[in-house]
Design a binder for this molecule. Sequence first.
Ligand code: ADP
Ligand code: MG
Length: 729
Amino acid sequence: MSSLRFKVVEEASDHKAIPVEAPSERTEAYFGKAVFNRKKMYEYLPKETYEALITAIEDKQPISRKLADSVAEGMKRWAIDNGARHYTHWFHPLTDGTAEKHDAFIEHDGKGGVVEEFSGKLLVQQEPDASSFPNGGIRNTFEARGYSAWDISSPAFILNGTLCIPTIFVSYTGESLDYKTPLLRALNAVDRAATDVARLFDPKVQHVISYLGWEQEYFLVDEALFSARPDLVLTGRTLMGHESAKNQQLEDHYFGAIPSRVEAFMRDLELEAHRLGIPAKTCHNEVAPNQFELAPIYEETNLANDHNLLIMKVMAEVARRHNFCVLLHEKPFSGINGSGKHNNWSLGTDRGTQLFAPGKTPQDNLRFLTFIINVMAAVYNHNALLKASIMSATNAHRLGANEAPPAIISIFFGSSVSGILDKLENTTPEELSNLALKGELSMGLAQIPELLLDNTDRNRTSPFAFTGNRFEFRAVGSSANCASAMIALNAAVADQLSKFYTEVKKRMDDGAKLEDALLAELRLLLKTCKSIVFDGNGYSEEWKEEAARRGLDCETSAPRIFDAYLSPLSIGMFGRTGVFSPVELEARNEVKWEMYTKKVQIEARVLGDLALNHIIPVATRYQSFLVDNVVKLKELFPGVKGAKVVSHDLDTIEKISHHMDIIKTETDRMVESRKAANRIQSERLKAIAYHDNVVPAMETIRYHIDKLELMVDNEMWPLPKYRELLFIR
Ligand code: ADP
Ligand code: MG
């Protein structure tokens, strides 16, 4: 074994499972140990401070400077007692992941020494340099600096000896520069709108809470192999690599035993998650080899999203301890499944009612129908926007491919709910009010619970599926910040619910009874919006045609999909719900286009480099080895016999030339397309040029490199192959 590739493969197979010590305490004892939760607040804060803070959190009120000082003092004591020496405002900029700036807890004491100091001012507000984060021109337009401010609804926590304070990140003129600010606005909007509607059924409802349960898919790759693949290191995905002879066709990974190395990693990860108060519950294999999933118990959406961002970071750290690298990219390997992050989403009242769950009485079921039909209407009206909310340069590889949700948003309800909706739509108002009068809102409504029990036809091809008491938004990408999808969804549903409420009230003002008003409005929504419902196979060609006929958004190019944020429909909806101003929407789209361009640009550069500096030289070397062989064979066997003996080699030599030729020409073309695109001023048009001209060239280059991989001497091939990357032993 001579080549670098063989060395790293050998090193990778030397890695054994690292034993993880089981904690001596029970889970309750260490769960949330690293979190400044209510229990710690109670312990470390003066009684009045504790009470005032809890009231502020519950009423979503800002806190005074005096209160902040007192909270900061207690928080600092707790953090130092638990080994923290630094603190940071932890925020979610428009790049991937999270950002933080660490400061030590020290101030001059005025006597030449230092004291451990942390004031309310530092807790509540900081000024990270906003210019180093994408802002889509907001800073230039307003010449404003950005500041981060404590989100009192998410608890602070300690990570690697640093007290992390979850914050929003906004410009001085109030525009959001992050994901958390608009998420909180969208959650408030849906709280207000859904509370009004929920009160029609239960006047005691004060708040409606949005819940999120994410399911994080990821791949693990041995660190040694990862480091030997510049494409994985620099872009998070393999830009080349022929399919392994065996991958997922035997469907043996999903149910297979977890390799002991991975099991040790998962146990370690779960421990870390629990210390951070993340209720990690299931860890299992996924469909593709080396693919796994982690899912916690669902939580209130803002907290659940903090936890998802946190776990993505913690996963990477824990993986390194086990000589793994974690891949969160949506499509690290071609030819096998990519990774998503299903967003299980529901609304529930502060009285404990799940609004998307059918109940025992006709009244409960009318509430159930009211909420799911309004969700349906919101998804129908904003299907283009919802698709834009999950789109990115990386998720573009997954959507529309044959294993993932299609690039068309539709809702799956399942046969029993769909049946009830049909019935409701086709019953005349007179029939309905007759039924209501007789107290027999039967038309199937009262039987919903029984019907749902056998509703097991869970359609895996739908991007947005109703699953009994929640909706599962499956199109979200594995590396995404869930906030993007949650902002669009909660805002769209909020807007729809407030429109619905107004219409129902109008009918009641005109003398209609509540039930009649509700049913009439629901029937109207069904009539206008039910073309978003699709229970068939979302991967089929027929669906693409059918969806276009139904007028659903069928755009597949990521940079054009982003346009949906700037449609009058979206601008109006975001304006009414107070989630985004037009300025914010424009600025954020600039960032989206810019990020798209940059990601493709980096990939194209890496691919060009690998093609010209790794693949072509190796293929040339192998080809010249064959040429030598041909010359020697011909010397040995002159004449007709010689021609026959070398014919195979000659054929290979020619094929190698053919592939190398295309790789070189296409690489040149790709570089030219990039140069042309870079000259374009508009971020939107630049991203479109990258999508239309650079991406196709990359695909062609890859195709021919993968062909070469099959021909060139295995020993010479410089990069770890799929069969080596994909099977952890
Ligand atoms: P799947 O079969 O899709 O893997 P699971 O039962 O594992 O489904 O649940 C997936 C996620 O859905 C979990 O995070 C779970 O906590 C969450 N979940 C369950 N009920 C709700 C709900 N009412 N609202 C939001 N999320 C929920
Ligand atoms: Mg799921």
